[in-house]
Design a protein around this ligand. Structure first.
Ligand code: NAD
Ligand code: 89V
Length: 342
């Protein structure tokens, strides 16, 4: 593959920014067509980005277009069936998080692609945020010695349902939507999880699912990590979409706080590092941090397809994050510690 040809499925809220991020890479990838079951959405997006071919059905797209790679940006319930359709045609597949609506469905998606010998990636972008990459580097550089404890916070009262009304209808909300990101960050920073315990709340009476989740994880490497997620937190400073992280190690601590600042404190001194992300002109200001990470995630996957690197967020890898999400639901429902079966 020299310059992969890409088809995009789903032209809703997120797809616009995903497409804009692909356009930043148009020397390396060519978008050949867009598809949405609502043809008007595909038409509007195609006009905006100057893409000539549109479809309202994946089968028609497959019949009429030559392409190598598909980016599936539809709602979660459609992911498994679309992945299977494209795997049957031998296309390399990128699918949005959350991979599937249950662990068993996600496991089947990964198995199906493996059996068909197709490349399967999950677009999991939060670990590609600049402050989180820098934090990982500072941990790896040994600035605070061996980490033993961490707190990861994604808490706000951002009106997320305004742009994504379907989230209010999900029976399982914050762990599937945000937990996929936050628990993936925990794996990215501290490795695989040995056991976890979770509690959830639904504070907003207008939604179906839980909007608060607190997950306590013991990582195999020894770190105790407390991950907090909330869309019900009315705080002094609204922080969306920043993730705040404190990591404590044997020689000091690293604190990723507001405005992309990381403070490294060791005995006697605190040193400041800054990781302000570049902002693309097409980013929505409220989401700029996340939008830049779309580009980084796309680039990582593309480089793998071009034989120039190794993708981090493969289906196989992301399945471990999906396992944490659904084990967290089981833990909360049964009020018990779950030992992960690794
Ligand atoms: P949305 O409802 O705005 O858009 C989904 C689109 O998919 C709709 O236009 C719908 O018509 C279309 N669609 C559904 N089934 C289809 C099918 N079978 N064939 C063709 N089109 C189909 O939702 P959204 O907010 O854009 O979210 C889409 C996905 O992106 C979800 O998986 C969501 O979790 C994910 N997302 C990821 C991030 C991130 O940071 N990675 C952020 C927001 C959303
Ligand atoms: O990433 C997501 O899926 C989004 C957001 C972080 C905005 O909640 O829904």
């Amino acid at each position: 593959m020299t310059k992969p040809r890409l088809a995009i499925i789903g032209c809703g809220f997120w797809s616009h920014y995903q497409t804009a991020a692909w356009k930043e890479l148009d020397d390396k990838v060519e978008i050949v067509a867009l598809c949405d079951k609502d043809l008007n959405k595909a038409k509007t997006q195609a006009e905006h980005f100057g893409i000539r071919r549109i479809y309202n059905d994946a089968g028609e797209l497959l019949k009429n277009e030559k392409f190598d790679l598909v980016d599936i940006i539809t709602d979660v319930d459609s992911h498994a069936s679309l992945v299977k359709i494209f795997a049957d045609y031998g296309k390399a597949i990128i699918c949005q998080k959350p991979m599937g609506p249950s662990y068993s469905i996600a496991e089947e998606m990964v198995r199906y692609c493996r059996n068909k010998n197709v490349r399967f990636f999950i677009h999991e972008n939060f670990r590609w945020q600049k402050p989180i990459r820098l934090l990982k580097k500072l941990i790896n550089d040994g600035l605070i010695g061996k980490p033993f404890k961490s707190n990861i916070k994604f808490c706000s009262s951002f009106p997320v349902f305004d742009n994504q009304p379907f989230l209010a209808e999900l029976e399982q909300f914050i762990l599937t939507d945000v937990g996929t990101h936050i628990l993936d960050i925990a794996r990215f920073l501290f490795g695989e999880v040995d056991s976890l315990y979770c509690q959830t709340h639904r504070i907003n009476p207008m939604i179906r699912g839980e909007d608060v989740a607190n997950v306590f994880m013991k990582h195999l490497g020894g770190v105790h990590c407390y991950a907090e997620m909330s869309y019900a937190s009315i705080l002094e400073n609204e922080a969306f979409p920043q993730t705040f992280i404190l990591v404590e190690g044997e020689h000091g601590s690293l604190h990723l706080g507001p405005e992309y600042q990381i403070h490294c404190t060791t005995k006697g001194e605190t040193v400041n590092y800054e990781a302000t992300p570049d902002v693309f002109g097409w980013s929505l200001p409220d989401y700029a941090l996340i939008h830049t990470s779309i580009y980084e995630c796309n680039l990582n996957i593309l480089e793998d397809l071009l034989g120039k690197g190794k993708a981090e967020t493969t289906g196989e890898d992301n399945l471990k994050t999906v396992k944490l999400v659904f084990d967290a639901y089981d833990s909360a429902a049964e009020n018990r510690v779950i030992q992960l079966d690794l």
